[in-house]
Design a protein around this ligand. Structure first.
Ligand code: MN
Length: 319
């Protein structure tokens, strides 16, 4: 991949494109969708033809970004990927595009080579791909209409966990403020992204929280998501990541543990370990797992009871 090193150069490249297919990653999140549609609407606003595609249908919760969107007819000339760290993340449905990506715009620091693209602008300091698109548009004084502002705000808000993660830099806040002044509907977007949950989700959380267990010290909390709960409340397995933040919401808890029973093997539990101070990778390492300092994962076997016991005992050592 040839590196594009400045926003100006990126903007020039983007403006030279026409008949563009924009690729987003599988299990699409707010950043890949916001960057994809934000870029698409910008290209269309300067008279270019562009479409946004994904391996699967886009989730309805992002409908406010593409309510009036429809695909354009054209013979494709360029392929751009946004927020896609690796060709495998395009998913099976788009894997034929992997060979044809001309330009990759991304902020993931993993896999820095991105060999699947001919050219790329990758800024791992940026909290979101949407922040890159925003900065590029500002760099060239492009007009950001309210719909583009909604798109870019959505990606910045979601990739910073509603501005609560450490990546919520001054630049992210400044960009968000500017996007709001350009028409981004921040209250609606944040409610849709962070507050609204399906009924099944809320009821499953009630059940899971009701069964939460604590270590004797009260500093470790554990929840368990069983297959039975997932089936009973119709929970989407793609949504399961969101539960892992629940145990750490309890006052005084320093280590939050989440067990997820595996559908193909009920004696297997994937564990998410979230910590305030302790090194989560060390706890995960006891069971052959790994990850990041404050968020790691591993797999345990046994009954739910046994897995919970083992994990709490291991975590207690690192309080
Ligand atoms: Mn992202």
């Amino acid at each position: 991949m040839t590196k594009i090193s400045t926003l100006k150069e990126l903007a020039e490249r983007v403006r030279s494109l026409d008949r563009v297919t924009i690729l987003t990653h599988r299990n699409p999140d707010g950043d890949t969708i916001g960057a994809g549609f934000g870029l698409c609407y910008y290209l269309r606003s300067i008279g270019k033809r562009a479409n946004v595609i994904n391996a699967e249908p886009f989730p309805n919760k992002f409908g406010f970004l593409f309510g009036d969107y429809s695909d354009m007819e054209f013979d494709e000339e360029s392929v751009v990927s946004v927020d896609v760290a690796d060709a495998s993340l395009l998913g099976d449905g788009l894997k034929d595009y992997a060979e044809r990506v001309g330009l990759c715009i991304d902020h993931h620091h993993s896999n820095p080579d991105r060999e699947f693209a001919r050219e790329g602008y990758v800024d791992s300091e940026s909290c979101a791909t949407c922040l890159i698109i925003y900065s590029m548009l500002k760099e060239i004084g492009a007009e950001i209409n309210p719909l583009i502002a909604d798109c870019l705000y959505t990606g910045i808000a979601t990739d910073t966990g509603c501005f609560m993660y450490e990546n919520a830099s001054p630049e992210a806040h400044r960009a968000a403020a500017d996007l709001i002044s350009l028409g981004a509907r921040a209250p609606m977007i944040n409610r849709e992204m962070f507050q609204i949950k399906s009924k099944g989700r809320i009821l499953s959380e009630q059940k899971i929280i009701g069964d939460m267990r604590f270590s004797d010290s009260g500093k470790i909390a554990l929840i368990c998501i069983t297959n039975e709960i997932i089936d009973r409340y119709g929970v989407d397995r793609a949504d399961l990541d969101g539960y892992a933040s629940i145990p750490l919401c309890v006052e005084g808890v320093k280590i939050g543990l989440t067990l997820k029973q595996q559908p193909e093997d009920p004696a297997k539990f994937k564990a998410s370990i979230r910590t305030l101070d302790a090194d989560a990778t060390v706890i995960a390492g006891e069971f052959g797992g790994g990850g990041h300092t404050r968020a790691a994962g591993c797999t345990l076997t046994g009954t739910a009871e046994e897995a919970a016991e083992k994990l709490i005992r291991a975590a207690e050592k690192y309080l």
